[in-house]
Design a protein around this ligand. Structure first.
Ligand code: CAA
Length: 261
């Protein structure tokens, strides 16, 4: 594995790639070089034949405490505008076709919360601390927070959090639908995340990618267009070897041996 300054990469189980944010002195604040490394690592997992699903996590103390405030402080409008500051963060949502599971413990604030929301499945600990505190710094969320949080938990709750800068616990996150599940401990979070990743990695890669693509379309398309889009993708899967393999195995009561083709 390549060595990075701000992240760690591993393949903890067959088919599973993991990126661990590793800038402990700054609670994984997301400085520009960290984002570059993250994009690089995710890009490599995305094209790797040995990986079907990706876990993105931080430490027990912090998933990420947001964009790097010290780096941002001197930025001018024209610099932010002409360099399209923050845009490269969303490479995760446009370039990575494999599912990404965010495993969030500790702080997921500002850009950290936004990064977690860009992932496909969000798991957290009950003690996790989510929030969009940008208002306290004289700005607003800049990596999709006002849009993704609102879609996840509804307008009134998102408005309250974004206008007050108040944070929300992992328990609330799971109750409100921001997280798929909240776990009582860090160990339980990491164990269940790996189990879910292994389950997904046990299926046809073709179907996994198609499922992610179809679900994500629901965020951008009106219902009717989304349903039609899904049906087209569904039809296309009858051109895969794995559709024949999966359905034949069901009829024969056998375990499918996917070719991922
Ligand atoms: N940027 C830069 N450094 C940060 C940071 C950040 N977002 N968050 C924490 N750090 C640094 C602290 O400056 C501190 O460094 P020093 O030891 O050199 O002073 C170190 O990490 C440890 O932090 P604390 O001492 O503050 O730790 P704590 O346990 O007392 O508090 C915390 C934890 C509540 C998360 C607090 O650090 C905090 O409020 N952080 C900022 C959270 C925030 O406002 N995030 C939003 C950023 S704006 C943004 O993300 C814009 C966007 O939408 C893209």
């Amino acid at each position: 594995a390549r060595s990075y300054e701000y992240i760690l990469t591993s393949e903890p189980k067959p088919g599973v790639g993991q990126v661990t944010l590793n800038r402990p002195k700054a609670l994984n604040a997301l400085c520009t070089p960290l984002i570059h490394e993250l994009n690089q690592a995710l890009g490599e997992f995305n094209t790797s034949d040995s990986v079907s699903v990706i876990i993105l996590t931080g430490s027990e103390k912090a998933f990420a405490a947001g964009a790097d405030i010290k780096e941002m402080a001197p930025l001018t409008f024209s610099e932010a505008y002409t360099t399209s500051f923050i845009e490269s963060w969303s490479q995760l949502t446009t370039q990575i076709k494999k599912p990404i599971i965010a495993a969030v413990a500790g702080h997921a604030l500002g850009g950290g919360c936004e990064l977690a929301m860009m992932c496909d499945i969000l798991y957290c600990t009950e003690m996790a601390n989510f929030g969009q505190p940008e208002i306290k710094l004289g700005v607003i969320p800049g990596a999709g927070g006002s849009q993704r949080l609102t879609r996840a938990i509804g307008k009134s709750r998102a408005m309250e959090l974004i206008l007050t800068g108040r944070s929300l616990s992992g328990v609330d996150a799971a109750q409100w639908g921001l997280a798929a599940r909240a776990f009582p401990s860090y160990e339980a979070l990491m164990e269940s995340t790996l189990k879910t990743a292994e389950t997904i990695a046990g299926y046809s890669k073709v179907a996994i990618l198609a499922a992610k693509e179809a679900v994500n379309k629901s965020q951008d398309l009106p219902l009717r267009d989304g349903v039609e889009y899904e049906r087209r993708v569904f039809h296309s899967l009858f051109g895969s070897e794995d559709q024949k393999i999966g359905m034949k195995a069901f009829a024969e009561k056998k375990k499918p041996e996917w070719t991922h083709k």
